[in-house]
Design a protein around this ligand. Structure first.
Ligand code: ATP
Ligand code: MG
Length: 629
């Protein structure tokens, strides 16, 4: 089919278009209205319809593929591997749901899930969906303070957690952090359900804490019927990564989300029942919600839940999983591929990867070097896709389930169906022409699956996302981009990453792209730093492919000059960074996003700000050390 036609239909006749997509899921009660957009920017999809995410992910596959694999939990940390069939998953989810009910969880109540990547975490999410409770998964790596903020915002009656997670072979205790978070929080959850993995000694608090294994033993034969929910009931709250500041509680519905996932699994990710999907993300992020737990299962696929790093026991581990479970579609992030690229390619060439049909990458800009390298190694299409926690599924990509459209290096792709994407000139509020820079904005209504509102704060939803352009109420992605004449978009960075050098507005991402094209650079971060003369100047922090090159002051100086020359040539002297520092590591969030805000703060001698999501705090020391040279 012609994608352009498909896309146009979604924009011009959204109701007809989405009614067709809605047939991809099972409804208990049909909806009476496809779209209610009477109070923009709020959009209600499939009004009056009743369905259930857990039913669509699990129960509806029992008839045709009860014994086929549904959830494959692999941990290279504890060296365990377990496959749950759809029937077994159904049983476990009902046991978990029965425990929740016995602990007083009711429809609409929030349940906070603070768990490592173990099967029980997926049981907990699906159990909530089954009984109409609202889950809020908090990434297991978060420290007690950020956990406490989320407890106070979500007010969960129950917290589901574990004794510990494991990373790089070391146990990472969860329970003590959780206890500390609850002590810090104003709101007090009634119960804490704890999976004891035997990794860390746990002290249970009488009356509050419940041991999962003992509770499960009480509910072995539990049968918990599905609670049918109106399409616009709340399914979950997920806080954004917090790269740019205070995390926002993204609230999602039931029916629209189920339809968006079923539809994107078919049209974008091309997954079929009986195949295996492997997304390497974490349930704490939106990719984990959409494409580890709900999406693949709704599509009748087996999904892999992976606890571990990409390089332990060695950098071949993911590819051994692809071979063993005949993974057809894989989803990861550029940052993980960059890590793999540093290891000998023989480790991945050892495995039979013939089952794999494509690799999807998202979460941050995919640079051309990384993309070309992995495409060469795997010999399958590498599909970039751009989206946000807020949207729940891709805004930009190529929908190869509709048409085998070509990808374009450096571009996440074209506007996905349902998204009326525009590039808007920030200053004038007008639409930009081809190759003209502006803010990536979406004209409402947002398609099914996108956020309903900011949890508990409709006004913040309108204020934050829909009030950035003078002429029109448009959704702002806060990303800066361009669209070429063929409709391919290029993301140039976040709007708050724009720097102003003597009146010239430059995207940090553009300068980074340019610097990355120097053959010795493996990764780079550019920030705008206050300058008395020019307002701001660009400062770069780069990681070298051969760090030894910058060991001597002469070597470092020569490289710095070479890098500056590249920028001069490609972007012009205004974009030339005032300094290029060489470091061994860059500060990133646990989801692989660059913390430019913190780098900038350090450069300007300010406090680095909220660092709860940082992957490795020593990366900030490296920035400080580089500056003092
Ligand atoms: P916060 O909103 O709290 O600051 P965040 O924006 O990092 O956090 P996410 O919703 O996880 O949280 O990330 C979405 C952002 O990630 C996008 O707005 C964009 O900046 C970036 N991004 C995601 N995918 C891509 C991609 N394929 N190419 C370029 N950038 C991407
Ligand atoms: Mg964001």
């Amino acid at each position: 089919m012609n994608y352009q036609k498909f896309y146009q239909a979604s924009i011009q006749e959204p109701e007809t278009f989405w009614a067709e997509q809605a047939r991809l899921i099972d409804w208990k009660v049909p909806y009476t209205q496809v779209l209610d957009h009477s109070k923009p920017p709020f959009a209600k999809w499939f009004v009056g319809g009743e369905t259930n995410l857990c039913y669509n992910a699990v129960d509806r596959w029992l008839e045709t593929q009860a014994d086929k694999a549904a959830l494959i939990a692999i941990s290279t940390e504890t060296n365990s591997e377990k496959t749950y069939s759809f029937a077994e998953l159904h049983t476990e989810v009902q046991r978990m749901a029965a425990i929740m009910l016995s602990l007083g969880v009711k429809q609409g109540d929030r349940v906070l899930i603070y768990m490592p990547m173990i099967a029980e975490a997926a049981f907990a999410m699906l159990a909530c969906a089954r009984i109409g409770a609202v889950h809020s998964v908090v990434f297991g790596g978060f420290a007690s303070k950020s956990l406490a903020t989320r407890i106070d915002d979500a007010k969960p009656v129950l917290v589901v957690s574990a004794d510990a997670g494991m990373r790089g072979g070391k146990a990472v205790p969860y329970k003590p952090l959780l206890d500390e978070a609850i002590a810090l929080a104003e709101y007090q959850p009634q119960h804490v359900l704890l999976v004891n993995r035997g990794l860390d000694a746990m002290k249970l608090q009488q009356g509050r804490d419940v041991d999962y294994a003992s509770a499960r033993a009480q509910h072995m034969d539990a049968q918990v019927p599905v609670t049918w929910l109106e399409s616009n009931a709340m399914s979950y709250v997920l806080y954004t990564s917090g790269t740019t500041g205070k995390p926002k509680g993204v609230q999602r519905d039931v029916g629209g989300y189920a339809v968006a996932l079923a539809s994107s699994m078919k049209n974008i990710f091309c997954g079929n029942p009986g195949e295996t999907y492997f997304a390497t993300s974490d349930i704490g992020w939106v990719v984990g919600h959409s494409y580890i737990v709900y999406g693949p299962l709704i599509a009748g696929m087996a999904t892999i839940m992976y606890e571990g790093t990409p390089i332990r026991p060695d950098a071949g581990i993911w590819w051994s999983i692809v071979e063993k479970y005949k993974v057809t579609r894989m989803f990861s992030a550029p940052t993980a591929i960059r890590v793999l690229k540093k290891h000998p390619p023989e480790l991945m060439r050892k495995y039979d990867l013939s089952s794999l049909k494509s690799l999807f990458l998202a979460g941050e800009p995919l640079d051309e070097t990384t993309s070309s390298w992995i495409a060469e190694e795997l010999g399958v299409p590498i599909i970039d896709n751009y989206w946000q926690t807020e949207t729940g599924w891709p805004i930009l990509s190529v929908a190869r389930g509709v048409e085998a459209k070509a990808t374009r290096l450096g571009s996440p792709g074209v506007a996905m169906y349902g998204y009326n994407v525009h590039i808007i000139n920030e200053a004038t509020g007008e639409e930009c022409g081809p190759n003209e820079k502006g803010v990536v904005a979406i004209k409402g209504p947002l398609p099914p699956g996108c956020m309903q509102t900011v949890y508990g704060d409709d006004q913040r939803f309108v204020q934050t996302y829909w009030s950035n352009f003078a002429h029109e109420q448009l959704y702002s992605t806060f990303d800066w981009g361009i669209r070429d004449a063929d409709g391919y978009y290029f993301i140039l960075g976040r709007t708050d990453d724009v720097i102003n050098v003597a009146g010239h507005r430059l995207g940090t991402r553009e300068i980074e792209e340019s610097i990355s094209s120097h053959p010795e650079i493996s990764e780079v971060a550019v920030v705008g730093v206050e300058d008395k003369l020019k307002g701001q100047v660009a400062v770069a922090f780069a990681i070298l492919k051969h760090p030894a090159l910058a060991e001597t002051p002469e070597g470092s100086k020569a490289l710095e000059a070479a890098v500056m020359a590249v920028v001069d040539k490609q972007l012009g002297a205004v974009a030339r960074p005032a300094r290029v520092h060489f470091v061994g590591m860059l500060p990133k969030t646990r989801s692989g996003k660059l913390l430019r805000r913190s780098i900038q703060a350090i450069c300007e001698g300010r406090d680095a700000g909220d660092l709860t999501t940082i992957e490795d705090p020593s990366s900030l020391q490296q920035i400080k050390a580089a500056l003092s040279h």
